[in-house]
Design a protein around this ligand. Structure first.
Ligand code: GLN
Length: 544
């Protein structure tokens, strides 16, 4: 039977609870313990797919096509697993399941209540993941912070689990923040004491407290938390802010977290091996020459909107012993300002996914700049639409080619709704989602990057390359380098007369891992790193 680790957050959100959870997974995996992970999101949306990136950050897509919280991306990258829809549970899913059961008559005669109906539905989701994954340990993160109104049923459910599966099979970890007061130059433990009190009030006594802090945590502070929160001294684990998120598993392991979990859950102990991880962190921290990459998007104020893209760029750069100097460029700025000036130092341009017309013309300008100046360009989903629009405008000598997403009446709808999307009215969960096969065309840059003829990649879109325009754009120099196996859908395209202008209809960023960059990202950076830009020319040798 699986054992469960429940992770709650205290004091404030955004202290890196997701990274901490992912790191605990990395540590357990290094102890040769199989793990699976689940994120509980208390909001009432069924999934984050309908939320604006400004509200939620990136929507991470699993192989089986679930639109999920970006923490799942961190879990996948840290633990190197491919998760499924079962790994993200929201209040919206729980309530709609309970209400459909009620309508079906499953509870005939009864009054439906948060306890036990909602909490039972939540616990079913824990057990379903344990069953499906067959993992020895299921790590479950409760989103938000203790005290949130929406989080109450989830906390009640995790409390009940202790009796359901037995005390020895459940562990509660609380991740909290120790704020620093500049005036007295000290870290404060009171908010942590309060959030632990709040947990106790609802019947949960944490076994381990992980203390996030921007400053070193003294032994005195650890003693104090141990005393007031009734947690073993060695179970108060400091987690100061670090340079790279990939360092977190090493810090936690140094504090003995792995052994603590093994002991408390009575797991079979194995020798840990974090040597590969340690090597990765060593390489990440080494100084590297930067590659300037312009990320042209419409949500750039919120960096979390492009979390996986940023990570994938870093993985690729590390492969080439380089660092990424990411130039965040708001596509609307390219519409207003001198776009050439904004892009002048970029050695590569990436246009990631997005929805809606705002900022599109700025992205088209970026694609045009990349094509005319032979700057490597990588388009992801919307970035492919942008590349196709730009190239069609050039090939036809007209400003009219467009996607019907942005101009329903264009005479040249080079990007159009997928036929199967035309009748769909509901917005939630109805896109073309998750893994689909893509056959690579030999001799193309994409095929040479992959070194394989058939790949599976994750999708999240409604619109697609319009096949009517295939011959025209092909004649002008576009290569369709990846197609669905039936040849019907263009999944990858590139330009023949350009060093590297490649776009894909899918989201390769979700499949990139530290130490194993995605092949397209790897080759994009591989070409970009050798591009010389203004001010970056190597100095001439001094004459003697
Ligand atoms: N808006 C486009 C579509 O729906 C692109 C989506 C995306 O970039 N994920 O097809």
């Amino acid at each position: 039977m699986a054992k469960y680790i429940f992770i709650t957050g205290g004091v404030v959100s955004s202290v890196g609870k997701g990274i901490t959870v992912a790191s605990i997974g990395t540590i357990l995996k290094s102890h040769q313990i199989t793990v699976s992970v689940q994120k509980l999101d208390p909001y009432l949306n069924v999934d984050p797919g309908t939320m604006s990136p400004y509200q939620h950050g990136e929507v991470f897509v699993t192989q089986d096509g679930a639109e999920t919280d970006l923490d799942l991306g961190n879990y996948e990258r840290f633990i190197d697993v491919n998760l499924t829809a079962e790994s993200n549970v929201t209040s919206g899913q729980i309530y709609s399941a309970v209400i459909s059961k009620e309508r079906r008559g499953d509870f005939l005669g009864g009054t439906i209540q948060v306890v036990p109906h909602v909490t039972t539905e939540i616990k079913e989701r824990f057990k379903r993941l344990a069953q499906k994954s067959q993992a020895e340990v299921v790590i479950i993160e409760v989103g938000g912070t203790v005290g949130d109104i929406e989080g109450q049923p989830f906390l009640e459910a995790i409390r009940q689990m202790r009796n359901d599966v037995g005390r020895d099979n459940v562990l509660y970890i609380h991740v909290t923040l120790l704020p620093y007061l500049t005036s007295t130059q000290e870290l404060k433990t009171k908010p942590t004491q309060h959030s632990v009190n709040e947990l106790r009030r609802i019947g949960i006594q944490p076994d381990i407290i992980i203390c996030r802090s921007d400053y070193p945590i003294s032994e005195g502070i650890r003693d104090k938390i141990s005393l007031f929160c009734d947690v073993d001294r060695q179970a108060v684990i400091p987690l100061p802010t670090v340079d790279t998120i990939y360092e977190v598993p090493l810090l936690l392991e140094e504090e003995g977290l792995g052994q603590l979990v093994v002991d408390k859950l009575g797991l079979k102990a194995h020798q840990t091996d974090l040597s590969q991880w340690r090597e990765l962190v060593r390489r990440v921290k080494e100084p590297h020459e930067p590659v300037n990459i312009a990320l042209v998007g419409k949500y750039v104020e919120l960096k979390d909107a492009y979390f996986s893209v940023r990570e994938a760029l870093h993985h690729a750069a590390l492969y080439h012993d380089r660092d990424i100097n990411l130039l965040w460029i708001h596509s609307e700025d390219l519409e207003r300002d001198d776009s050439d000036a904004l892009l002048r130092s970029a050695q590569g341009i990436i246009v990631p996914g997005g929805f809606g017309i705002r900022g599109i013309e700025g992205m088209v300008k970026a694609a045009s700049y990349a094509r005319n100046n032979e700057i490597p360009y990588f388009g992801l989903c919307l970035g492919m639409h942008v590349m196709v629009i730009e190239f069609a405008r050039y090939a036809l000598g007209s400003t009219e080619p467009n996607s019907t997403e942005f101009d329903a009446a264009t005479p040249y709808p080079v990007i159009d709704l997928l036929p199967e999307q035309k009748a769909i009215k509901n917005k939630g969960g109805t896109m073309r989602l998750g893994n689909y096969p893509c056959q690579l065309v030999q001799g193309s840059r994409a095929a040479s990057a992959y070194g394989q003829s058939l790949v599976y990649e994750r999708h999240r879109h409604r619109l697609e390359f319009n096949n009517e325009f295939r011959p025209l754009l092909q004649e002008a120099g576009m290569i369709y380098s990846g197609l669905s196996p039936d040849g019907r859908l263009v999944e990858l395209c590139e330009l023949a007369n350009h060093p590297w202008m490649v776009s894909c209809q899918f989201h390769p960023e979700f499949g990139s891992r530290p130490g194993r960059p995605h092949p397209l990202f790897r080759d994009f950076i591989g070409v970009a790193k050798d591009i010389l830009r203004e001010g970056a020319q190597p100095s001439l040798p001094l004459s003697s």
